[in-house]
Design a protein around this ligand. Structure first.
Ligand SMILES: [Zn+2]
Length: 407
């Protein structure tokens, strides 16, 4: 914190207007508003926040006067809040031992999910709710103002519906992932489990979810099973998103594109046909890359450069979960994407803000423009480039969520 930050007593009010001025570098994600291509960069900028929305954006010298409070960014960078479009936060326990074993030479498979399922089923509602609240707050401190959250560690009708009810207390972006892995009770009857997921479990979960997801992967669900899950969800008004091509090449990406899914997530093992399909579907189906998973499983990273050069829309998210990517940090994902996946700092920042918004089919977040939700991140740095340039450094010095200073 620097001396220009307001004291906590000044942060409480969410009524009236706030002028954030003295912004050395403002990322708008509005190419018309500034320079730097898609990021729409504005130097020496100001923003007015009012009634939870952005009321004005422009040069600081031209900013309207009369705001109820003024915050001076003192030359630092301001960005849209991060939009993390892929997380799994309703869980209990952790998998420290599994991570430790993996870093000592054991390969990751989808089966470890069942460890978390057992712990999650045994947990109280209060314990699960407190866990979600803890990780949402942790994400917020690192600049995430919109966060999607999946079920998938219950795998019974009651436990999946419970997970979505709990997630719904913390975010509107809730995803039904009954098809995470086959429940242990159905180990010998995967077809019976798909019937449950597309039948009574969907009935119980659909009222609490916006999206439907499936882990389309060897060891989880094949293409036909994934299609059954997604089309059943779509019939109940849930829009598909797919865990696709994480561990191996497979049908996930092309199924996501064929069904008009909002995103195909992971995209680590892609054929040329997969890349072409995602490029053709740009603007409809976003390729969401989750480098925390490759980092935490010591696996090869997805090739963002290949997707971007083909013309696909790319998002970056955390995949926060206790098994394969236990991080809530979007800045960490940005740094890895730049260092390891061929993204420029500008591309990585866009993908973690506007890209995430596209993956959630939101136009009210992920940008700083009049009418958008007033979600801002203040960096203790002169430029967004520092997120990759200074990896691991806690650069987020302030966060506004819907116009209210929360960090
Ligand atoms: Zn995931």
């Amino acid at each position: 914190m620097t001396s220009t930050d307001p004291r906590p007593a000044d942060r409480a009010g969410d009524t009236g207007s706030t002028l954030v001025t003295g912004i050395g570098s403002l990322v708008t994600n509005d190419p018309e508003a500034g320079s730097g291509g898609p990021l729409g960069l504005l130097a020496d900028a100001a923003v007015v926040l009012e009634a939870g929305r952005i009321a004005w954006v422009g040069p600081a010298a031209a900013a309207p006067t009369g705001a109820d409070r003024v915050f001076d960014a003192a030359g630092r960078a301001v960005l849209p809040g991060f939009v993390d479009s892929h997380s799994h936060l309703v869980f209990a326990g952790d998998r420290t031992a599994e991570f430790n074993a993996r870093m000592s030479g054991t390969a990751y498979t989808a089966g470890g999910i069942r460890t978390t399922v057992a712990a999650t089923r045994a947990a109280t509602d209060q314990a699960l709710d407190a866990n979600v609240a803890r990780y949402v707050a942790e994400a917020l401190r690192q600049g995430t103002t919109v966060l999607e959250c999946k079920s998938g560690y219950g795998l019974t009708v009651e436990d999946e519906a419970r997970a979505l009810r709990i997630a719904g207390r913390h975010t509107d972006e809730t995803t039904y992932l009954g098809a995470h892995v086959v429940a242990p009770e159905y180990a010998d009857d995967p077809a019976g489990y798909v019937d449950l997921v597309t039948g009574p479990m969907l009935d119980a979960c659909a009222p609490h979810a916006r999206w439907v997801d499936v882990f389309c992967e060897r060891g989880a669900f094949d293409g036909d099973q994934a299609r059954a899950v997604l089309t059943a969800g779509a019939r109940r008004g849930l829009t598909p998103r797919v865990h696709a091509n994480q561990l191996t090449e497979g049908p996930g990406v092309r199924l996501a594109v064929e069904l008009g899914a909002a995103s195909a997530d992971h995209c680590t093992h892609l054929s040329d046909a997969d890349v072409a399909a995602l490029a053709d579907a740009a603007g409809t189906t976003v390729a969401t890359l989750l480098p925390g998973a490759e980092f935490s499983t010591r696996a090869a990273y997805p090739d963002a450069r290949r997707l971007l050069d083909a013309g696909a829309t790319v998002a970056l998210s955390t995949d926060c979960n206790p098994g394969s990517s236990f991080t809530t940090s979007v800045p960490f994902c940005i740094a890895v994407a730049v260092r390891e996946m061929g993204m420029t700092p500008d591309e990585a920042l866009w993908s973690a803000t506007a890209g995430g918004a596209a993956a959630l089919r939101r136009t009210d977040v992920g940008r700083v423009a009049v009418g958008a939700r007033a979600d801002l991140v203040l960096l203790d740095a002169p430029s967004h480039v520092h997120l990759a340039y200074r990896p691991g450094v806690p650069l987020v010095a302030g966060v506004w969520s819907a116009g209210r200073r929360v960090v």
